[in-house]
Design a protein around this ligand. Structure first.
Ligand SMILES: Nc1ncnc2c1ncn2[C@@H]1O[C@H](COP(=O)(O)OP(=O)(O)O)[C@@H](O)[C@H]1O
Ligand SMILES: O=COP(=O)(O)O
Ligand SMILES: [Mg+2]
Length: 567
């Protein structure tokens, strides 16, 4: 609007350097790289090892970017991550960026791409948002190889006494397709063993989580081997290794495990690797990217998906625990539109109506922001609020948010214009982040629960401390699933709750900071390869669907290869 160029137009007009030139001054030589054209590269195992070895994690400042409960369009965490990374370099620091690689599901669905936006994007955005370096395709093939080999065992052998109604490994596809949520397979004369099956989005595959938590190719292989694909009638588990799939699956992922490097519009190097969502999975990029980045810069700015009740909670309680990392500051992204959306109790979302609302609705939305600030402070890490300014935000609205944070909450807040201005618009935010990081005491950081806490204690801690539930009800198969986890010795694992991202609660229609409600947990299963337990709540879907008018309908390409509608 107002003639502001589209993300794609800005991306196309940006001057890109050859990726080897971008990385040369960051300790990476061309022989460390496997090039995918002039602007995308994978880092070799040797280079990853070298950079991680010279990274003393105690030196690097880890900055986590999270957000308040977003509108369905997202409030700018990726934009802020890229913009803050650019700005830290602009003001003289050495900062790396690590974000997730996009899934075609949301690209063609509602949210669009995940390469940032405006003058804070990773490039080439059209490649990154589509096929990139093939990691999502490799993960989908690897996931479905397991399915095919498992069904071959079911129909061609009696090696396992598998209960066909207790197969826990679904199929996967990198596309939002609700028609694939539930089906019967194996029909017909030669179809094999008829049974119910389903597809989940590749971003929710346990292989994605395994890729993001593995140390290296060897560790990846050991984790793949441990993945549980089915249970026998006597309760025994059947793993990927039991069906002889460990080798071929790991072989399919031999390139996907190597982290991808690209550049931002301002030439800052960025890792874009791994792509789990934070509602249906753990929500952050690979540990390999994080650990390698610390061997390249003094700052690492990374993003955790959706609101802080999802991505940030899991980053703190799962990723930092398993990866032995400590955040030095947290950036909480807020927007005028999200505050109004909460203040209006808006559901379903009507962003035009939100735009029409005024300061009164804005102030009524502070309850959501305040709850996210309070939650994050429980981890013992300083919070800096970033008010990600949109074009139509008025000075009065912006000032109202700044005053609320400074005077009512007593937290640091900076107006951020990194979308419209790139690093010029992020200096105030960067200065607050540097101040918070340099003042941080890593001993103050702590997880919300301990490894030795019971599974129920872990779930109830997240539900009451983070979501604001009064208590947890275990419905469906949850009680027997918990017993099965305990019998299998998985109760020392952290928990990864699958919950709607539209609300702090498990009810998408509840905005603000819902109180007086109870969380229903309906099922639990182990991600034995990833090393955490997944607890399903509400009606969260690991295979999203397309709306009648998906973003894809507005996309096109001309005969010269010029793309339109990708954002
Ligand atoms: N300040 C802004 N002004 C205009 N559009 C923005 C701004 N910040 C983000 N956006 C757009 O909003 C959408 C969500 O941004 P993104 O950074 O992907 O959010 P998140 O990572 O929190 O989901 C993207 O299309 C992005 O280009
Ligand atoms: O997992 C979701 O990530 P974003 O909030 O960045 O879309
Ligand atoms: Mg994002």
């Amino acid at each position: 609007d107002g003639g502001f160029p589209t993300d794609y137009e800005i991306a196309q007009s940006a001057e890109k350097e050859h990726i080897t030139d971008v990385l040369d001054s960051w300790g990476i030589g061309s022989d460390d790289l496997e090039l995918f054209g002039d602007y995308k590269a994978k880092l070799s195992h040797d280079a990853v090892t070298r950079l991680r070895d010279n990274a003393d994690n105690n030196d690097g400042n880890l900055i986590l970017v999270t957000g308040m409960t977003p509108t369905p369009m997202g409030e700018g965490k990726t934009v802020t991550t890229v913009g803050l990374g650019q700005t830290l370099n602009h003001v003289g620091e050495d900062a790396m960026i690590a974000v997730r690689e996009p899934s075609l599901g949301p690209v063609f669905g509602v949210k669009g791409g995940a390469a940032g936006g405006g003058y804070s994007q990773v490039l080439p955005m059209e490649d990154i948002n589509l096929h990139f370096t093939g990691d999502l395709h490799a993960l989908t093939s690897a996931h479905n190889l397991i399915s095919a080999m498992l069904d071959a065992k079911l129909s061609q052998s009696d090696e396992f006494d598998i209960d066909v109604n207790d197969v826990s490994w679904p199929r996967s596809m990198d596309m939002n397709d609700r028609a694939l949520r539930n089906m019967v397979i194996g029909l017909g004369e030669s179809g094999g063993t008829p049974r119910e099956d389903r597809f989940l989005l590749t971003a929710a595959s346990e292989l994605m989580a395994v890729l993001c938590l593995a140390e290296d190719l060897g560790d990846l292989k050991e984790r793949v081997a441990r993945i549980i694909v089915a249970y026998e009638k006597d309760g025994g588990v059947v793993t990927v290794d039991d069906i002889d799939a460990t080798g071929p699956v790991t072989m399919l992922l031999k390139d996907a495990i190597k982290p991808n490097l690209v550049q931002t519009i301002e030439g800052t190097p960025a890792f874009v690797h791994g792509g789990p969502f934070a509602n249906i999975a753990h929500g952050t990029n690979s540990l390999i990217a994080d650990k390698t980045a610390f061997g390249m810069g003094d700052y690492l700015v990374t993003e955790a998906g959706f609101g802080s009740d999802l991505g940030a909670e899991k980053f703190m309680n799962i990723v930092c625990r398993l990866g032995d990392m400590t955040p030095n500051a947290i950036v909480l992204v807020s927007t005028v539109r999200a505050l109004k959306y909460h203040g209006m109790g808006m559901w379903p979302a009507d962003l035009d109506a939100v735009q029409e609302a005024g300061v009164e609705e804005l102030e009524a939305g502070f309850a959501n922001l305040d709850k996210h600030v309070a939650n994050l402070q429980k981890f013992g890490v300083d919070v800096v609020v970033a008010l990600n300014r949109f074009p139509d935000d008025t000075d009065e609205e912006v000032q109202t948010v700044l005053d609320h944070c400074r005077e009512d909450l007593g937290v640091q807040i900076a107006e951020s214009n990194v979308f419209a201005e790139g690093s010029e618009g992020g200096v105030d935010l960067a200065e607050h982040v540097i101040e918070a990081a340099e003042a941080s005491d890593e001993d103050d950081f702590d997880h919300l629960y301990a490894d030795e806490d019971s599974i129920k204690t872990k779930i109830e801690t997240v539900a009451t401390e983070v979501y604001g539930a009064d208590s947890v009800n275990y419905v469906g198969s949850a009680e027997e699933d918990i017993e099965r986890m305990e019998d299998l010795g998985f109760d020392d694992m952290p928990v990864c709750l699958s919950k709607t991202f539209h609300s702090l609660s498990d009810d998408a229609s509840k905005k603000g900071a819902p109180t007086g409600w109870e969380l229903d947990v309906r099922e639990l299963y182990p991600s034995a390869g990833a090393g955490f337990l997944v607890a399903l709540t509400g009606d969260v879907l690991d295979m999203p669907g397309l709306p009648a008018e998906p973003a894809a309908a507005g996309m096109d390409i001309d005969e010269d290869g010029n793309i339109s509608g990708l954002f």
